[in-house]
Design a protein around this ligand. Structure first.
Ligand SMILES: C[S@@+](CC[C@H](N)C(=O)[O-])C[C@H]1O[C@@H](n2cnc3c(N)ncnc32)[C@H](O)[C@@H]1O
Length: 301
């Protein structure tokens, strides 16, 4: 059912129901991507709302620009990281927003593009940078890190029990020639995992966890998320709502703890006691939604 290269926003109805964009609200979409959520949120304001869209990826911003053109100057798009949300607000002459959404990770458009190097399903350069203009690529990381640091990274961000064997195989193979393609890395990782373990990971590619770990490290995804969570209380107007959609437990744990701290500090109320997840119908239509978790807070006046 899933279409390659097309991104379907996850939990679209739940986002609108909990974030309640309306009237002349100022919305910040921290990860505007292919603008599915942004378009729906602006429509929900009946054409009166304004939206600031942020994304690290120029190609995603180009898609958003086209998709949101009909809203004219109600939309402003910024190239950069959501960790700089306060600076972006200041640049537009605002101090806080009524609605903030962060839909973490990558869009299907990015994942399905072999040239971006995110996926072991397509052969391409081992890049994995969301912002293609700066930072080390995954190939450089795989080339530069010590065996111990590689093993720690794969274990910490990928929760991969065979991290040491994988790191050893990578270091062994890179002595012969640099690992510069996704298919080559996937082959090395697969070869390092015992056959019996591969059989028990039914349907899950053996390189899944290693690729996820490298992507998180290349883009400092946990550091960026921590900075956003720290900035949220100040960036959110009194009575405003903020939602974060995460796709793996490392992210969700951070969001859960940060929201709990805001509640304990009397800054916000938590609107989602448990994270909101996709129903069977949505998972059938959009397989990516199977691991999505939405948590929402409301800023106390
Ligand atoms: C899951 S997609 C968002 C899809 C979007 N909600 C939609 O409906 O089309 C995540 C987006 O976040 C962007 N992104 C990832 N990390 C970011 C960061 N630190 N700052 C800004 N954007 C980021 C990615 O480039 C990607 O376009």
């Amino acid at each position: 059912m899933e279409c390659i290269g097309v991104h379907l926003p996850v939990l679209p109805a739940e986002v609108l129901e909990l974030l309640r964009p309306a009237g002349g609200d100022l919305i910040v979409d921290c990860t505007v991507g292919a603008a599915g959520h942004a378009e729906a949120m602006l429509d929900a304001t009946g054409g009166k709302g304004r939206l600031i869209g942020i994304d690290l990826d120029e190609k995603s911003l180009a898609i958003s620009k086209q998709k949101l053109a009909r809203f004219g100057d109600r939309v402003r798009l910024f190239s950069g990281s959501f960790s700089d949300i306060r600076d972006v607000l200041a640049e537009t002459g605002e101090t806080s927003a009524d609605v903030i959404l962060a839909d973490l990770g990558l869009s299907s458009v990015q994942l399905d593009d072999p040239q971006r190097g995110f996926s072991f399903s397509f052969d391409g350069p081992l890049d994995m940078r969301i912002n293609c203009r700066e930072g080390k690529t995954a190939a450089e990381l795989v080339h530069d890190l010590t065996e111990k640091d590689l093993a720690d990274l794969i274990f910490q961000f990928g929760d991969e029990r065979f991290s040491r064997r994988i790191a050893h195989a990578i270091v062994d193979k890179r002595k012969v020639e640099p690992i510069e393609r996704t298919a080559r890395l996937a082959e090395i990782v697969s070869g390092a995992i015992p056959a019996v373990a591969k059989r028990t990971r039914r349907g899950v590619h053996p390189a899944t966890r290693t690729f996820m770990a490298l992507r998180i490290a290349v883009n400092d995804e946990m550091g960026q998320l921590d900075q956003l969570l720290e900035a949220l209380p100040e960036a959110l107007s009194a009575g405003g709502r903020a939602g974060v959609i995460s796709f793996h437990s490392l992210e969700d744990r951070r969001v859960k703890l940060a929201f709990r701290e805001m509640k304990q500090a009397g800054i916000a109320n938590i609107l989602t006691k448990k994270p909101v997840t996709a129903g069977d119908q949505e998972i059938y239509r959009n397989n990516r939604s199977r691991s999505a978790k939405l948590r929402v807070i409301e800023r106390i006046s």
